[in-house]
Design a protein around this ligand. Structure first.
Ligand code: URA
Ligand code: SF4
Length: 212
């Protein structure tokens, strides 16, 4: 078994083949302990020709069951907001910083409660994100929340400081443009959901403008 310090997806990532080869290999990733309790790997979804890449945190309960990102309540917020902001979901590649669902459960058969991944788990899973980025080569990256931002830009990332702006950063030797915003599930937890949704929408409109 790998020691804790050795958490990494790296040895599982194939160095050739497109998204289908990556997805197939990711199904067997054992790069960190999160694969143990989750149902399946939830790899990214979308075309290699996608114009923009959206990065969330990790799959939730529904995503874990269905094997597809952004199909649960948070995903529905996003699917509503994209076209409203002028972004075509057909142009998007959807993925997460971490590919397995992390949760707590008080008893078997009780509801599984989402638990935030640690930075070590985020770092372990990052080779998958890097591989997706290298295949898709998006014109723009939309960062959904703090974990996505930390996965791509490092642990000093603060979403409140940079949301709704176009950042230009070099990632794995390639210049990238990124627009950070809040996590769509945070909209559902906000005291004022309407205001939180309008904030998400305003940030996504910045992304839509940057893609014009
Ligand atoms: N669904 C996902 O796949 N990822 C998130 O970050 C939230 C909802
Ligand atoms: Fe591999 Fe990522 Fe799953 Fe950990 S969370 S086992 S690194 S795919």
């Amino acid at each position: 078994m790998a020691t804790e310090d050795a958490y990494t997806a790296e040895p599982f990532v194939p160095d050739r083949g497109g998204l289908s080869a990556l997805r197939k290999a990711a199904a067997n990733c054992r790069g960190c302990p999160l694969h143990r309790d989750a149902t399946q790997t939830v790899f990214g979804d979308g075309s290699a020709d996608a114009r923009f890449l959206l990065v969330g945190e990790q799959p939730g309960d529904q995503e874990d069951r269905q094997g597809k990102p952004f199909v649960g309540p948070g995903g529905r917020v996003l699917q509503r907001a994209l076209p409203e902001a002028g972004l075509d979901p057909a142009d998007a590649y959807f993925t997460n910083a971490v590919k397995h669902f992390k949760f707590t459960q008080s008893e078997p058969r009780k509801r599984r409660i989402h638990k935030a991944p640690t930075l070590r788990e985020v770092a372990a899973c990052e080779p998958w994100l890097a591989a997706e980025l290298a295949v898709v080569e998006p014109e723009l990256i939309v960062l959904l929340g703090a974990i996505a931002g930390k996965a791509m830009l490092g642990s000093s990332f603060r979403v409140t400081q940079v949301r709704g702006t176009v950042l230009e950063e070099e990632i794995h030797g390639r210049p990238e443009r990124l627009v950070p915003t809040v996590h769509p599930s945070a909209v559902l937890r906000a005291d004022d959901r309407e205001a939180a949704y309008r904030g998400l929408l305003a940030d996504l409109k910045v992304a839509a403008q940057a893609l014009k």
